[in-house]
Ligand binder design. Sequence first.
Ligand code: ATP
Ligand code: NI
Length: 321
Amino acid sequence: MKNNSFSIPEKKKPLLEVKNFSLSFPQYKEGFEESNIHVIKNFELSINPGEIVAVLGSSGSGKSLLADSILGILPENAKTQGHVFFENEPLTAKKQSELRGKEISLIPQSVKALDPLMKTGKQVQSIVRNKKDKKKIQEDAFKKLGLPTATGKQYPFELSGGMARRVLIATAMVCDAKLIIADEPTPGLDKKTWNETLEYLKQLGKANSGMMFITHDIHAALKIADKIAVFYAGETVEIANKADFSGHGENLQHPYTKALWQALPENDFIPLKGNQPGFNELIPGCAFAPRCYKATELCQEKKPESTWVNNTMVRCFYARN
Ligand SMILES: Nc1ncnc2c1ncn2[C@@H]1O[C@H](COP(=O)(O)OP(=O)(O)OP(=O)(O)O)[C@@H](O)[C@H]1O
Ligand code: NI
């Protein structure tokens, strides 16, 4: 008898792993007393090759800073703690500068990231690593994204918002990166362009090795992501599988994720009362406790560690097993 019936499948090497990552800024009060604004706390995330993972968080919650942390382009006053690994190797500052724009590529949040003084075709060509076919690679990318060839001869100010977004996506496309970080790539787009842009991003994420898709739009996240990391008050409260967003959210583990899902007009349309705590509020327990129907004294007093329930990472004392 062959001895391979019990072989354990080889575990995939994660492309990106973020463990216990925190980010703060020093703040000086009157009398020069220093304190810290804690923007990201104990953040966790893992992206496997071929996976699109959405980071879903409200406006101003620290999503772009998370992207900047991975790329190594944080403001100088930012203080970080924790571990980031790229293909199992620590992502040091040296490694970040080697990989940035090559193995790891950013689709920036603002179309203002395009150089206003350079024609879009030339801008995209300047990213292509292959020295010979720069023009062809750029033109093929424009074609795939539905941009007319003539767009390459235009300056960014001559383009509509939707076209400029596609030029930004083209820069990530031609870069041939292993990991693409797309930071809020769909704000202010009309429905048709929104759908098309997400479709291009999905193709791009799947064609390349993986994508971190940053958004505050749950619909956009559900349209393209395999997994959704839900960000609340700077922490990942749950990393849910896309399939768990269904019905009344019975399979979602964290009460905040459930509340987000149930608040959608096409679902139960139940509004979530209250606000997220500010960065300066020191909360000893679970940050969601003041708004949570399940919260007990334990939740007010102690922070839940991350646990795994049915293949889902969750930080809640009362997640189901
Ligand atoms: N250099 C800095 N010094 C101090 N605080 C900063 C600095 N940069 C950003 N912040 C704070 O960090 C917060 C999070 O910023 P970030 O841009 O990462 O949020 P975001 O989730 O990407 O927001 P949006 O949805 O608007 O894009 C900001 O609200 C701001 O208060
Ligand atoms: Ni942002």
